[in-house]
Write a new protein. Structure first.
Length: 481
């Protein structure tokens, strides 16, 4: 037994909450928001933070493993802080927050995109992995300049702090790895959460940093941090496991770069995934992985190749207008010059392309329009002239009417800034998408990041899957039963 009657296990774990009282803990401002109910810490009331002030390590922890069991009620926004210090009012300004959020949508006009398991404002997660009303574990390990966050043993965050650290712009002044205590958050009245099993295993101050040398905080690194802090989803929804790129390698890069991935499988005519069985098998293979799971619908035949039941298993569906059949019945894939052939009349070709794109957006149950405005090699040099204002307006209008987000594609650097500005003005939503061919061209969404600055995009301009009804729910009748 340790001070306050808390138990210390043989493996070094120490319980910080005795299950009976707030001994060793100090609430801030609205102190009545914290109570012990049924042997659990209950957060229920106006904003308050519960800081650990007990005797273990003098409430100052540098390197440690922390485990907290939590349960949220619908609409709850909460968090676990580390390396922090007691403050009587407001949100802690020192240290880091691990977000606890399953179904919180925000307040007023703000819509929170950062979900549970995020290292808030530095490495954000955009997919919900646990349900309200069920107990789950948040596990935090800090070793040197490394922070790892797990949810129910699933590694979500593996952050290496650069030297010097990147401190997000804004009011935060103490967001660098140092030392401090822990705190639990009652964010606002209505954010109801329960905590139990709060325990820590202190580690030596000199424990080495795992994961190699710290990264270089170049301009892209800094923009990922600051745009993510401003609620713009740092997520690449168009990543393929091709040319030897394994899921483990992709997830390691995702965590290193601070960009969550959507792993997509090509589904359609001529691809390995041509039926429900193969599609469902892919979804099953991705269970328990810290990523979105996407269907890339290929060609126009896909709606009759897959059932609503199978398509609904994916987090979202995307397609492009790179495969279609012309008015003479010729099926072509626009990236293959031999299939496109000679384009005798570019204007007529463009009119057909726009017609097909609008038809796809109007009829197919897709959430994201990928590789937008792609042109065959023979026309690509005349992109700006061929994508006239009228043609852009037709495609953008169809996307907005049908709630389809427009991908900012890293591989092809599409669509153009002119297109993006027009789409933003029309109320379109955007996503990042790489469409990588393998590991070599899986970047850090540099084109999309550049478009944020160049086109003055803000968080309201972005789409996040699962934040509303999926396209398959709205247009499921386009697929076979």
């Amino acid at each position: 037994m340790t001070a306050l009657g808390l138990s210390a296990a043989d493996d070094g774990w120490v319980e910080l909450f005795d299950g009976r009282s707030l001994d060793g803990w100090r609430p801030s401002e609205n102190k009545g928001s914290w109570k012990v109910v049924d042997g659990q810490l209950s957060a229920d009331g106006p904003r308050s933070h519960l800081f650990y002030t007990g005797p273990v390590r003098g409430a100052r922890f540098r390197n440690f493993e922390l485990e907290v069991e939590a349960m949220t009620r619908p609409g709850c926004n909460s968090g676990v802080y580390f390396h922090t210090a007691y403050e009587e009012k407001g949100f802690p300004t020192k240290g880091f927050e691990v977000q606890i959020d399953n179904t919180y949508i925000g307040e007023g006009g703000y819509r929170e995109h950062k979900m549970g398991g995020s290292l808030y404002g530095l490495r954000n997660i955009y997919k919900q992995f646990v349900q309200d009303g069920e107990w789950f574990k948040i596990q935090v390990a800090v070793r040197g300049k490394n922070v790892q966050i797990r949810m129910n043993n699933m590694l979500l965050v593996d952050y290496l702090e650069p030297t010097p650290p990147v401190i997000p712009d804004g009011p935060e002044t103490g967001r660098f790895l140092d030392q401090g205590t822990f705190a639990l958050q009652c964010h606002n009245d209505g954010s109801k959460a329960r905590f139990r099993g709060v325990r820590v295993r202190p580690l030596p101050d000199g424990v080495p940093t795992p994961g190699g040398p710290p990264p270089v905080a170049d301009d892209v690194f800094k923009q990922i941090v600051n745009d993510g802090r401003h609620n713009i989803p740092m997520a690449d929804f168009h990543v393929h496991l091709k040319l030897g790129l394994t899921l483990d390698q992709a997830l390691a890069k995702s965590r290193r770069d601070g960009i969550q991935y959507g792993i997509a499988v090509n589904c359609g005519k001529g691809f390995p995934t041509e039926n429900d069985q193969a599609a469902i098998q892919f979804v099953e293979s991705m269970k328990g992985q810290p990523c979105f799971v996407a269907m890339q619908a290929e060609g126009r035949e896909w709606t009759q190749m897959f059932s609503r039941r199978a398509a609904a298993r994916f987090d979202y569906i995307f397609t492009d207008s790179m495969t279609w059949t012309d008015d003479r019945g010729k099926r072509m894939r626009l990236w293959l010059p031999d299939e496109v052939g000679t384009i005798a009349d570019p204007q007529r070709f463009m009119d057909t392309l726009v017609d097909r794109a609008v038809g796809i957006l109007e009829r197919e149950p897709i959430d994201i329009y990928a590789n937008p405005t792609f042109l065959p090699d023979a026309l690509a040099q005349d992109y700006e002239q061929l994508w006239t204002a009228e043609r852009r307006k037709k495609v953008i209008g169809a996307a907005v009417r049908n709630g389809v987000a427009i991908e900012m594609n890293d591989r092809y650097k599409l669509p153009s800034p002119l297109f993006i500005r027009m789409a933003k003005a029309a109320g379109a939503k955007f996503t990042f998408g790489t469409n990588n061919t393998g590991p070599a061209d899986l970047g850090r969404s540099e084109y999309g990041l550049r478009m944020i600055d160049e086109c003055k995009l803000v968080w309201q301009d972005f789409f996040v899957p699962l934040s509303g009804p999926k396209a398959i729910e709205r247009k499921g009748g386009a697929l076979r039963a």
